[in-house]
Write a protein that binds this ligand. Structure first.
Ligand SMILES: Cc1cc2nc3c(=O)[nH]c(=O)nc-3n(C[C@H](O)[C@H](O)[C@H](O)COP(=O)(O)OP(=O)(O)OC[C@H]3O[C@@H](n4cnc5c(N)ncnc54)[C@H](O)[C@@H]3O)c2cc1C
Length: 299
């Protein structure tokens, strides 16, 4: 994580100290040490936080790997299937209506987990429940291939930047730059259609990247794409049971590519044991938003 100014360095010092306090082996590097590690980085970089164990993974490979393992453990995966209805059964369970190419089927269960990202609030609304998660449309960019030179995930402490090189040599550049949510004819946000890229945001993202990696100016941008993630009111993921709806669990929020596997493991323990899970999970529980459902009558 790079620093370009004195203010960046102050923030980085604080972050590194906090991480070391918590047992991580993060190191604070000065400008010379940064250039030793990454001679391709711009000469004005003042310093960096370096964590040798930190890295990146390819979601297209990792998602398939998780799916394959889940099936091996007995999960059934139905792709192209949409949840179109959610209600309660008389004995306090949940009835889910699924639509697959015009065919509707029904599943009932005592326990249900909504791991539906930016669409979670909309699905919880089917039960009249409020889950304060809001859609965040973002953009990623990829350049043409070049010989492998960047083994690190590069971020910036004061600017929106994430940059890494794929095994094939392409540079992937993002860092939280917005795209535009699609809208329907009435101007309402349409979460069923992909968000639209915004050229000015893409240019700004690439300018930040080229500012720390000058050789980027010799590369061609070959593709930009959007995706929609979500953010909660307090920016922490919302993971655990909704108290107003016993047996209904939620797991959604930002940075879930990084945090998802860990939170999923802890949530699974919580669901099986029927408790709040380890103390470390307390800050993620939906309970912090119980006031939003104080007036909800479940169907
Ligand atoms: C451009 C971009 C860059 C990002 N970079 C990072 C990063 O570097 N690190 C990081 O940690 N995170 C990153 N994120 C965030 C991360 O991608 C998300 O937090 C993560 O994908 C969330 O995973 P999820 O499984 O909870 O939700 P999602 O991946 O959003 O999956 C939700 C699923 O629910 C499905 N669904 C919704 N409604 C229904 C319905 N009615 N019926 C059936 N299915 C439904 C959707 O189709 C979707 O497949 C990025 C996000 C974007 C968009």
């Amino acid at each position: 994580m790079l620093a370009e100014s004195d203010a960046d360095m102050a923030l980085l010092r604080f972050k590194v100290a906090r991480e070391r306090e918590l047992g991580l082996g993060t190191q604070l590097l000065d400008g010379a040490a940064v250039r030793d590690l990454g001679p391709y980085l711009a000469g004005h970089i003042q310093g960096a936080a370096y964590l040798a164990q930190e890295g990146h993974a390819n979601p297209r490979i990792l998602t398939d790997a998780f799916a394959t393992e889940a099936v091996r453990h007995g999960a059934q995966i139905r792709t192209g299937t949409r949840l179109v209805g959610l209600s309660m059964t008389q004995d306090g369970g949940y009835r889910v209506l699924l639509q697959d190419a015009g065919r509707i089927s029904e599943v009932t269960s005592r326990r249900l987990l909504l791991a539906t990202g930016a669409w979670t609030a909309r699905i919880a609304q089917m039960l009249g429940l409020h889950v304060p998660l809001y859609p965040v449309p973002l953009t990623m960019n990829v350049t043409d291939r070049t010989a492998p030179f960047l083994p690190f995930l590069i971020q910036h402490v004061g600017k929106r930047l994430s940059m890494k090189q794929s095994e094939d040599g392409n540079l992937l550049i993002g860092g939280g730059w917005p795209s535009r949510l699609a809208r329907n004819d009435t101007g309402a946000i349409d979460l069923d259609r992909p968000a639209l890229p915004d050229e000015a945001q893409i240019r700004a993202n690439l300018a930040v990247a080229a500012g720390v990696l000058p050789a980027l100016r010799d590369r061609q941008l070959i593709r930009s794409w959007t995706g929609t993630t979500c953010i909660s009111t307090d920016q922490l993921p919302i993971v655990g049971m909704i108290d107003a709806a016993p047996g209904l669990y939620v797991a959604a929020g930002g940075s879930m590519f990084t945090l998802g596997p860990l939170l999923a493991r802890l949530l699974a323990q919580q669901i099986v044991a029927g408790d709040d899970g380890p103390e470390a999970m307390a800050m993620f529980l939906p309970r912090r938003f119980n006031h939003l459902n104080a007036f909800t009558l479940l169907p």
